[in-house]
Design a protein around this ligand. Structure first.
Ligand code: NCD
Length: 317
């Protein structure tokens, strides 16, 4: 594994190995604190879009493994991109400084691939516009399989499935992970104008993963083992008014709250990549089925530690 660009690049074996490494690093960190595996390595965080979890957890993952980080935040303004430099040139410059990997978040779909084409060092896609967010999918699936033990897991995804990159990557990762003894069934529950795009639906059909499309939240909630809620990606709408309308629609008709969550199975779990902006009411947070804080976010730390170790120190996996 050199670059991490899409959830589709992982095999079931690779996913299982990453999860086992995450488990191991979680234990080692508990026993030993800061580890030593990435001593002398520098991970560069190049972020053109806002981020709290992904940037912080990648940075801390590198440091908890004994490595170091450097970064550019708001790279569209604070890097030479603001002067018109191409992404490719920025990557060429950064790697001339003898760094070991670049974690990149960019507003354009395909940006991580473009960076990888000119990079001699590993490029990790931390979100490319409305394309993919493969490392989020890894931590999401890790959270799912460590909580839900069923022969077939019904994963409902809600909110903005059209523009959300996390749900696209999660579908693609599930396609790779699914097996005869790990079956999945997906339910896409959103307003029709925020429906999952056809490319992912076609991939699910080709992989034989059953799915259904609905705008009926009250039927979806009692039937699922996982409800994965997402935020309306207002910044990705060409027409801001349509974005505002979709945002209000999700907040009024599709939000999770203590009352509708009460209809879910007792052992179901509720996930959200975060940030949430009203589509899960705070009155759900104390429900033991709500895993978005702290378990899901914390899993991001261990899964990203596992990923960095696998890429930068494969001999230590
Ligand atoms: C997500 C993203 O950036 O795509 N955030 C994250 O990384 N946890 C989800 C979002 O922004 O809605």
């Amino acid at each position: 594994m050199k670059h991490v660009l899409s959830a589709s690049q992982f095999s079931r074996e690779k996913i299982l190995s990453l999860f086992a490494t995450a488990d191991r690093l979680k234990r080692e960190r508990k026993d030993h604190g800061v580890l030593d595996y990435l001593r002398g390595k520098l991970v560069y965080l190049l972020f053109y879009e806002p981020s709290t979890r992904t940037r912080t957890s990648f940075g801390l993952a590198a440091r908890y493994l004994g490595g170091r980080t450097d970064f550019t935040e708001a790279a569209g303004i604070f890097s030479s991109a603001a002067k018109g430099e191409t992404l490719e040139d920025t990557i060429r410059v950064l790697q001339s400084y003898e760094i070991d990997a670049i974690v990149i978040r960019h507003k354009e779909r395909g940006a991580a691939e473009a960076a990888a084409r000119v990079a001699g060092i590993p490029i990790i896609n931390a979100g490319d516009g409305d394309g993919e967010h493969p490392t989020q999918a890894l931590l999401d699936l890790y959270t799912i399989v460590s909580n839900v033990r069923r022969d077939e897991i019904v994963v409902a995804m809600g909110g903005d499935l059209k523009h959300g990159r996390t749900v696209r990557s999660l579908c693609r990762l599930i396609i790779k992970y699914a097996a005869d003894d790990a079956k999945f069934c997906l339910v896409f529950c959103s307003p029709p104008e925020l429906a999952m795009r056809d490319d992912v639906l076609d991939e699910l059909r080709a992989a034989g993963i059953p799915f259904s499309v609905t705008d009926n939240l009250s039927e979806t909630l009692p039937a699922c083992d996982v409800f994965y809620q997402t935020r309306v990606q207002r910044e990705r709408f060409a027409n801001a008014l349509l974005g505002d309308a979709a945002f209000l629609d999700v907040q009024t008709r599709f939000a999770l709250n203590a009352a509708n969550v009460a209809t879910m199975k007792p052992d179901a779990i509720i996930l959200h990549p975060l940030p949430r902006v009203g589509e899960i009411s705070p009155d759900v947070d104390a429900d033991p089925r709500a895993k978005y804080f702290p378990e899901q976010t914390r899993n991001g730390l261990y899964v990203r530690m596992a990923l960095l170790l696998t890429i930068l120190r494969p001999d230590a996996v």
